[in-house]
Design a protein around this ligand. Structure first.
Ligand code: GRG
Length: 292
C-alpha cells in the first residue's frame, strides 16, 4: 500500500465534496464566501481521512462516510478561524493564506465559524445515508468532542495558561481536549458507521487517543525543526507569549522519545482490533513522518 497515494486520493475526494454541501443552501453571499474561503484553503484533511480510513479498514464502503467526514472538517475549520482571531492567537496567515478575518473582517469570520460549526450538525442530522441510531451516536460524539468539555475546554485552559510554565500532565490535558478529542471523534465516526462492536470501539478509541497525543508532539517538534512557517504559522509563537510545548518541557530528544512511546501504544491498541491494519498503521506513520 502506497500511503501517500491513498491519502492523496481521499484528500481529493474530500476536497471535491466539501463545497458541494453548501452549494444549494441559501446562505447570504459574503457569509458563504467566507465559509468557502476557509474550507477550500487547503489543509491535510486528516480528520475526515481518518473516518474514511476506519471504514476502509472494516472493509466497508468508505464513501458512505463522506457526509460525516466533511462535517468533522467543518468543525475543524471553524476552530481554526476562531483560533486565528485577534482576541485569540491573532494570526495573519493560515495554511499560507491570509486568515479569514484578514480577508472578510472579524464579524464575518466569527459568523463563518459559528455557521460551519452549526452546519456540521445540520448535515449529520439531515443525512439520508445514516440510520437514526447512527445519527444520535455521531451527534453525541461530535458535541462532546467539540464542546465545553472537549475542544473548547482545551482552548479555554490553553488561554488561561498563557505565560505559565506547565507540567507535562497539564500540557497533555490541554492537548487531549484541544486537538485530541476531535481526532478521537474522527476515528469513532468511522467505527459508528462501520457498526463496530463495543470492544472494537474501545480499542479504536485508545488507538486514537495515543494518535492524538503523537500528532500534537509532532506539531510541537515541527514548530522547532520543520517548515511550519511556510504554512503561515509563526514557529513557537514566542512573539505573542510563552507557550509550553513538548520540546520546551522535555528537550527535543525527550519529545521524540515521547512521540515514539505514543506511536507504539497507538499501534499496540490497533493490533488488538480485527480491522485491516495496513491503512491505519500507514496513517500513524504518516503523522510521525509528516513535515507540516
Ligand atoms: C477556537 C474553539 C476553538 C478552538 C481552537 C484546534 C484549535 C482549538 C486551535 C488550533 C491551533 C493549533 C495550531 C493547534 C495545534 C494543532 C492543530 C490543531 C493544528 C492544526 O491542525 P492540522 O495540522 O491543520 O490538521 P490543517 O491545516 O492540515 O487542517
Amino acid at each position: 500500500m502506497d500511503i501517500q497515494h491513498y491519502l492523496q486520493g481521499k484528500r481529493q475526494l474530500i476536497n471535491d465534496h466539501l463545497p458541494s454541501f453548501l452549494a444549494e443552501k441559501s446562505i447570504p453571499g459574503p457569509l458563504k464566501d467566507s465559509m468557502l474561503y476557509s474550507l477550500q484553503a487547503g489543509g491535510k484533511r486528516l480528520r475526515p481521512i481518518l473516518t474514511l480510513a476506519v471504514l476502509d479498514a472494516f472493509g466497508k464502503n468508505s464513501e458512505a462516510g463522506l457526509e460525516a467526514a466533511c462535517a468533522l472538517e467543518m468543525v475543524h475549520t471553524y476552530s481554526l478561524i476562531h483560533d486565528d482571531l485577534p482576541c485569540m492567537d491573532d494570526d495573519d496567515y493560515r495554511r499560507g493564506k491570509p486568515t479569514n478575518h484578514k480577508t472578510f473582517g472579524e464579524a464575518t469570520a466569527i459568523l463563518a465559524g459559528d455557521a460551519l460549526l452549526t452546519f456540521s450538525f445540520q448535515m449529520i442530522a439531515g443525512s439520508s445515508t445514516y440510520t437514526p441510531v447512527q445519527k444520535v451516536a455521531l451527534l453525541t460524539i461530535l458535541s462532546e468532542a467539540s464542546g465545553a468539555e472537549g475542544m473548547v475546554a482545551g482552548q479555554a485552559v490553553d488561554m488561561e495558561s498563557e505565560n505559565q510554565e506547565l507540567t507535562l500532565e497539564e500540557l497533555q490535558s490541554i492537548h487531549e481536549r484541544k486537538t485530541g478529542r476531535l481526532l478521537e471523534a474522527s476515528v469513532l465516526f468511522g467505527a459508528v458507521l462501520a457498526d463496530a462492536d463495543a470492544e472494537e470501539f474501545e480499542r479504536l478509541g485508545a488507538f486514537s487517543r495515543h494518535l492524538g497525543i503523537a500528532f500534537q508532539i509532532q506539531d510541537d517538534i515541527l514548530d522547532v525543526t520543520g517548515d511550519s512557517q511556510l504554512m503561515g504559522k509563526q514557529a513557537g509563537s514566542d512573539e505573542h507569549n510563552y507557550k509550553s510545548t513538548y520540546p520546551k518541557l522535555l528537550t527535543l530528544e525527550g519529545a521524540k522519545i515521547q512521540l515514539a512511546h505514543h506511536i507504539k501504544l497507538a499501534k499496540d491498541n490497533l493490533r488488538k482490533t480485527k480491522v485491516d491494519l495496513v491503512i491505519l498503521e500507514g496513517i500513524t506513520d504518516y503523522i510521525v513522518n509528516r513535515n507540516h
